[in-house]
Design a protein around this ligand. Structure first.
Ligand code: SF4
Ligand code: SF4
Length: 64
């Protein structure tokens, strides 16, 4: 399982990027993307997906 970033909603603020324990979030085409191969949904790291917790935009980071 993984999350994905909705590119039309992402403001490219970058707040999520440094918080990802698996370094799955990277700049991509002017916004950010999550690598579904490495996103663990923060399982074993924290109770809440860190990127979802950090993102200020509604429905920006959603289950892939
Ligand atoms: S859910 Fe966790 S592991 Fe997946 S992209 Fe967000 S911060 Fe990274
Ligand atoms: S915190 Fe949300 S709006 Fe900001 S870069 Fe990450 S996904 Fe985009």
């Amino acid at each position: 399982m993984a999350f994905q970033i909705v590119r039309d909603v992402c403001t490219a603020c970058g707040d999520c990027e440094p918080l990802c324990p698996t370094k799955s979030i990277t700049p991509f085409k002017g916004v950010y993307k999550i690598d579904a191969e490495t996103c663990t949904e923060c399982e074993g790291e924290s109770d809440m997906p860190q990127c979802v917790d950090a993102c200020m935009e509604d429905d920006c980071i959603v289950p892939a």
